[in-house]
Design a protein around this ligand. Structure first.
Ligand SMILES: Nc1nc2c(ncn2[C@@H]2O[C@H](COP(=O)(O)OP(=O)(O)OP(=O)(O)O)[C@@H](O)[C@H]2O)c(=O)[nH]1
Length: 381
């Protein structure tokens, strides 16, 4: 509850600057919060009525106090829910209702003559509820209202003070004592689980290219950097492949941007099928993709690049009922002692890719390194 209550501070229910969608999302989130508080209020006030009823019974209370108890215990939760749901600002109405809950709690404590156990139970359960809904700030704010209301009613009822709790009072407290904290824990646990799940989804979104589902540039570079670091520490081999669709601009111009997008997705599928799970494939931007190959020397990386080239050359994309064939150019570079950082490693692979393009495209070019001079794979057709 804390999370959604907190979100009200940044959202704009009027939709002023954030637009209609944001306002609707904020309202939905506030209504979910209202719904959760409604269920808790029904349970809490319903169970809380029992100890109060036990004290009223002992006092031989008048009918209007019983009527008031029926209202606050069983009618008020529905009224508060209806008011919040109908309001343009459900969150504001809900906070007002939470404050009213606290005021009623304070009044009942005074009306019970501070009967010790029921009073302590009401104070602690309401504090738990407030902290869960809005943190310490809401708790302290409503506590002040609770104390003020308690003192006012105490004064109006002639400062009655009967703190002794009977066995009946103790028994009447038990259902609330047992059920309410357990229920609140379930609700909070469920909420924490949902927040964790949303964080995971958010994390996934920030790492993924939305069109292809591959790693985005930032995530891919992190992966390349960790391989570079592993080489620095343990001298474990690794290689990068940078690849680019040949003449992608013409394909876009001729068949349209949507066809180009489809081709990018097809390429992503080919790369995922043609590589190991430990390899990281990412879209670096436009039609440029990269592969990080851990535990792979330059010869094996060149063979992998050649396999990808052939897979792409033999595949086709369906564009408007037409079969479209396309090719890749690929540059390969292995990590080596003279590569000072990830930017230098990328530069090597990029130069190799540039060479593959300038030598006629649809080919693999390997960066010159300690393993030998620059080499280029053939067209294969
Ligand atoms: N469909 C589509 N096109 C994109 C996207 N991002 C970039 N592009 C286009 O990709 C094209 C890339 O063109 P270039 O960098 O000239 O590459 P190319 O045409 O493949 O030329 P070479 O690489 O030299 O073979 C540009 O026309 C971009 O507008 C995208 O997300 N979807």
């Amino acid at each position: 509850m804390q999370t959604e209550a907190g979100s009200s501070k940044v959202s704009n229910p009027d939709g002023g600057s954030g637009g209609g969608t944001m306002a609707t999302a904020a309202r939905d989130s506030h209504l979910r919060f209202v719904g959760r508080v409604y269920r808790l209020r029904m349970l809490g006030l319903g169970l809380g009525s029992l100890p109060v009823a036990s004290v009223l019974y002992q006092q031989g209370a008048s009918w209007w106090l019983w009527a008031l108890l029926m209202f606050s215990g069983f009618a008020w939760p529905h009224l508060a829910y209806g008011l919040a749901r109908r309001s343009l600002h459900p969150i504001h109405v809900e906070y007002a209702s939470l404050t009213a809950d606290a005021a009623m709690g304070g009044a009942w404590i005074a009306l019970m003559g501070f009967n010790l156990l029921p009073s302590a139970l009401l104070v602690s359960m309401m504090a738990m509820d407030r902290i869960s809904a809005g943190g310490w700030r809401l708790c302290l704010k409503t506590l002040a209202v609770q104390v003020a209301c308690c003192l006012a009613v105490w004064w109006m009822t002639g400062f009655r003070f009967q703190p002794a709790s009977s066995m009946l009072n103790v028994a009447a407290c038990l259902p609330m004592l047992v059920i309410y904290p357990a229920w609140l824990s379930v609700v909070n646990h469920d909420l924490a689980r949902r927040v964790r799940q949303q964080n995971r989804q958010l994390d996934q979104l920030t790492r993924t290219d939305p069109l292809t589902g591959l790693a985005n540039r930032t995530h891919w570079l992190e992966s390349a950097r960790s391989e570079w670091l592993r080489f620095q520490r343990n001298r474990r081999p690794a290689a990068l492949i940078l690849l680019d669709i040949d003449g992608f601009k013409q394909i876009n111009d001729r068949y349209g941007h949507a066809a180009g997008d489809q081709l990018l997705s097809d390429l992503a599928r080919i790369l995922q099928r043609g590589l190991r799970d430990v390899d990281t494939t990412g879209r670096l931007g436009g039609d440029e993709f990269g592969v990080v190959l851990p535990e792979t020397d330059i010869e094996r990386a060149a063979a992998v690049a050649e396999r990808l080239r052939l897979l792409a050359a033999n595949a086709h994309s369906e564009v408007g009922g037409e079969k479209l064939t396309w090719t890749l150019s690929l540059g390969v570079a292995a990590v080596a002692e003279d590569i000072q950082d990830i930017a230098a490693w990328m530069r090597q692979a990029d130069l190799a890719l540039y060479r593959a393009k300038s030598q006629g495209r649809n080919r693999v070019s390997v960066a010159p390194g300690r393993s030998g001079p620059a080499a280029a794979g053939g067209r294969g057709e």
